[in-house]
Design a protein around this ligand. Sequence first.
Ligand code: UD1
Length: 379
Amino acid sequence: MFRVMPIVGVRPQFIKAAPLLRLLDEDDEVELQLVHSGQHYDYEMSKLFFKELGLPDPVENLGVGSGSHAEQTAHILLRVEKVIEKYKPDVVVVFGDANTTLAGALAAVKLHTPVAHVEAGLRSWDMKMPEEVNRVLTDHCSQVLYAPTETAVRNLRREGIPDSKISLSGDTMYDLLLKHMTDIEKSDILKRLSLDGEDYVLMTVHRAENVDVPERLSNIISAVLKLDRLKLVFPIHPRTKNRLKEYKLMKKIKEAKHIIPTDPLGYFDVLKLIKHAKTILTDSGGMQKEALILKTPCITMRDRTEWIETVTLGGNFLVDADEKRILHAAQRVIENPEIKDRLKATPNPYGDGRASEKIIKDLKSRWCSGILDGSTNKF
Ligand code: UD1
């Protein structure tokens, strides 16, 4: 049996891992040893996704919860080490760029257990972002790197990672979206929010660089308070909720008639909202891609993006946390429906919807041919 230990812990990882987990779970040659770090623990941030996406139960939940970066990373490291020693996986699979990703990879590599990184090679070239630190370090201690795009492959080569370790897989988030198109359409979220037939904007914000800096979060909120020609749906991430209360901005949001604040929503609901929105305002990485795939213009409240294809293909506008630029971009997109029409003709840079199958096939063939061997230290 091929023992595979995927490690997940935050909301976007449940989504990135979902199609892979399902295939691994059904595979008779695989012993699936799913581990949940517990970095995200609220029902709406974790359990909801396991339920909605039909994910298998983890063999262990490490219950690390919240904390500073050092605390969170260290707690995951300590606990993952014990779990790897107990289950002795042939490979540990980590996803994306969260603290769970880095800690899982570090614990494994130090025990000479091979690490596969799904969504490798993404770069924002900004080491102030905790996610960038996690990505770079994880890529450099992984034995197999599954890059979602050509750009990601180029980034890895630029950093001297040998071709033998890199595999262009496509993006597992695209696999998931394709599989669930019908479920997404079936979501009744528009009705639940009384938005049927109405034009609206969808907004999310959660990155530390935006929500932990009072001035930046105030600029963003100031902009959306002025964007009152359309309804604005705002599912609020727990980190953001804490900061909005701390900076005394929550009251303004609740008082604004055009803003619909909600708890974090499930996958089908959010995707339905993205699909039918005039535009989305976000700092999420995943939503930039999902908007491009669903042909909805995206306005990203960051000064750069690691998902560069979304910009070069004309679907994403970078405006930073700058009130004037947010307002200007939103008005331009809302008043120019041809932007949305133009997006209908853009190619999809995220593969053919079979990234998860390719990853499993590649992992198995490396394992069978003995290349996946941490003890040889050929990292
Ligand atoms: C993490 C990831 C980020 C990813 C994001 C998706 C890191 C460094 N960041 O950021 O890459 O895009 O997840 O959501 O790993 N909280 C709750 N309930 C929860 C989860 C969090 O209340 O279920 C609160 C806690 O107060 C916590 C704060 O949110 O301190 C931040 O959570 P944390 O896991 O540190 O990072 P995210 O901001 O979610």
